[in-house]
Design a protein around this ligand. Structure first.
Ligand code: GLU
Length: 296
């Protein structure tokens, strides 16, 4: 418990939890909001509002090469236009780097992380993965003698050692019931990137605990990450929220909406004259405009 408080106390005292349901929407400002984001934010918003709880907004901007202030401004404007108003202050992850460092330091003290100097090409070659397929890290740098130059390194979780320490872990999933965590599915994930000094996995578990989030609503594309998040919560003595993984919104071609592809944004639907009330009423009834639909 002491270390738990230590992580919280880096940037002030732990916020008081005043309700029994706190959900959040945690977009990365690397593009404009699209229908998939609106659907996810709406699910999180409705869950909190139905429970008389709170809906928080967190800006996940640790990847400073891809995040832009104008995208953050657009996300806020779109959420307000959709009527998805958040409670309290907006948390920005670039203001929280000291808390992520503290979490990493705790894992270093437990000897559960190691430095990795591998490049992407080296990992793919060592894992024998076909081009374009993301390989599980084969553990090349676990126990490796440091190279005698100053090439950059990341920190990886020694996932097998971590599981050996925590034992079996379960999380409560609205769709699947009690799920047994299997972090080995993701292997030795990066916890502090070469370029950012932290990672999505560390930041998300530390911030969900800091914001008192009780219910995490997010797309099925992040289901696998939950295996690692559950492990990190156990290692860092952080509480485990309930998880609500929802289907993804697909376009008329049956393809996932990705920010990097040309998917219609909330701003473009607005420009076409679609009103927020109609849009939200439709989404709540499972009716999507322009041939969009939910995945199975
Ligand atoms: N920032 C992530 C994204 O935009 C979502 C993180 C989460 O919901 O855990 O995809």
């Amino acid at each position: 418990m002491q270390d738990y408080d230590c992580i919280y106390n880096i940037l002030g005292s732990r916020p008081r939890v005043t309700t029994n349901c706190i959900s959040r929407f945690a977009p990365s400002p690397t593009g404009a909001l699209h229908l998939g984001h609106a659907f996810s934010a709406m699910q999180a918003y409705d869950l909190a509002r139905r429970a008389g709880g709170q809906f928080r907004l967190r800006i996940e901007d640790i990847d400073q090469t891809r995040c832009r202030p104008e995208y953050e401004a657009g996300i806020r404007a779109d959420l307000i236009w959709l009527g998805l108003n958040w409670d309290g202050d907006v948390l920005r992850q670039t203001d929280r780097l000291a808390a992520y460092d503290a979490a990493l330091a705790r894992l270093q003290a437990l000897d559960l992380v190691y430095k990795c100097w591998c490049t992407r090409a080296e990992i793919a070659a060592a894992a024998g993965a076909p081009q374009g397929v993301q390989a599980l890290y084969p553990g090349t740098c676990r126990g490796r003698i440091p190279p005698d130059d100053d090439r950059p390194y990341c920190w990886r979780l020694d996932t097998a050692a971590a599981i050996a320490q925590t034992g079996a872990l379960i999380w409560e999933d609205a769709g699947q019931g009690a799920v047994m965590a299997n972090p080995a599915l993701l292997g030795d994930v990066v916890l502090a990137r070469k370029d950012a000094g932290t990672s999505y996995h560390i930041a998300v578990v530390v911030d969900d605990a800091w914001q008192g989030v009780t219910d995490i609503v997010r797309g099925n594309d992040l289901f696998l990450s939950t295996h690692i998040h559950r492990l990190l919560q156990a290692l860092l003595d952080l509480p485990t929220p309930r998880y609500h993984h929802h289907p993804l919104v697909l376009d008329a071609m049956g393809e996932r909406l990705a920010k990097r592809r040309k998917s219609p944004t909330i701003a473009s639907l607005r420009a076409q004259g679609l009103g927020p009330m109609d849009l939200m009423r439709g989404l709540r009834a499972g009716h999507f405009p322009q041939g969009f639909a939910l995945s199975e």
